[in-house]
Design a protein around this ligand. Structure first.
Ligand code: FAD
Length: 309
């Protein structure tokens, strides 16, 4: 059995594994795809002390750093269930899709999240070529240009306010007949001179010139008419889905499916910790996920000491 088993090999999981391994205990990492969302990222310019890097390069660095320690890496393995220990200090079990079961005294869940997509023509084709999901990451790339934000919930309206300070114009498209963001955010948004809000708008297509995005098409859901807006960027803000479906029975999840954690990264189940985008931690970023992974790992080590190692 492991002392610490990390589920997930993104920034949070890699960081958790290294912090645990440095304590000289038995550590394993099981990951569906080592590297996580970082593998899908092109330019990264906000990983402090590294001015600019690329996702695949950072992912390779994560794996190399973990491999410098005695960590059992089980890549391309999907966890499908977690059975918490029956008593405090006992062994938790992680069931894999392969049929195998792994046991560990402490678990760190770092399974990340994925952005919800619109599933319209052009979206996949123009990803990283104008279609973006993270305003903190990619906002500065659209300095002085025209962008759209899809979604009028809190994240969409926050993104629109944020982007309005960088880009020349923001069009926010909301599917429903009203934005769902907090009133204070909506008020702030409406006060900005370079923002247009379109309600009842169903995005139907991302258009481009073969190289980059040049606009989007939407349908007015009331009149049924189609419109085209010329612009350079589209930020899709219709939800971030945590990869936590298989954890429902093991730990407490928030209404959005995020793993609830306390200030030491511990979940509602003693000895099971969590970190990164899969949790309730606000703001989903690489540097935050790494910090959270380190924190959960130290929390887990503390748990091991106290539960009689
Ligand atoms: P993830 O990176 O999502 O890793 C989750 C890990 O868990 C993966 O290894 C996955 O395979 C594994 N996993 C999931 N489910 C299971 C399972 N059931 N069993 C086993 N393993 C499982 N952030 C920045 O700071 N700067 C940027 O410039 C930036 N750009 C981005 C661009 C894009 C296109 C995207 C998608 C994200 C970007 N982000 C950026 C966000 C950043 O990538 C995430 O915040 C960060 O990767 C979260 O780390 P994580 O370890 O919590 O989760």
């Amino acid at each position: 059995a492991f002392d610490v088993l990390v589920v997930g090999g993104g920034p949070a999981g890699a960081s958790a594994a290294i912090y645990a391994a440095r304590k000289g205990i038995r550590v394993g990492v099981v990951a569906d795809r080592f590297g996580g969302q970082v593998l899908d990222t092109l330019g990264i310019e906000n990983f402090i002390s590294v001015k600019a890097t690329e996702g695949p390069k950072l992912a390779a660095g994560l794996e190399q750093h973990v491999r410098d320690y005695e960590v059992d890496i089980m890549n391309l393995q999907r966890a499908v269930g977690v059975l918490p220990a029956e008593q405090q200090g006992g062994l938790h079990e992680v069931r894999l899709a392969s049929g195998a079961t792994l046991k560990s005294r402490a678990l760190i869940l770092a399974t990340g999240a994925r952005w919800r997509e619109m599933n319209v023509p052009g979206e996949a084709e123009y990803k990283t070529r104008g279609v973006a999901f993270c305003p903190h990451c990619d906002g500065p790339l659209f300095k002085g240009k025209r962008v759209a934000v899809i979604g009028g919930g809190n994240s969409g309206v926050e993104a629109a306010i944020d982007l309005a300070g960088i880009v020349s114009h923001v069009t926010l498209l909301e599917f429903g007949d009203a934005m769902r963001a907090d009133a204070v955010l909506q008020q702030k948004l409406r006060s900005l001179p370079n923002v247009t809000v379109i309600l009842q708008a169903q995005t139907t297509e991302v258009t481009g010139d073969g190289q980059k995005v040049n606009g989007l098409r939407y349908k007015d859901r009331v009149s049924g008419t189609e419109h085209h807006i010329a612009l350079e960027g589209i930020f899709v803000q219709i939800g971030l889905l945590p990869n936590t479906d298989f954890l429902k029975e093991a730990v407490k999840l928030s209404p959005r499916g995020e793993i609830e954690i306390d200030e030491r990264g511990e979940t509602s189940t003693p000895g099971i910790f969590a970190a990164g985008d899969a949790t309730t931690v606000p703001f989903k970023q690489i540097i935050i996920a790494m910090g959270e992974g380190a924190k959960a790992s130290l929390g887990a080590f503390d748990y091991l000491i106290r539960s009689g190692r």
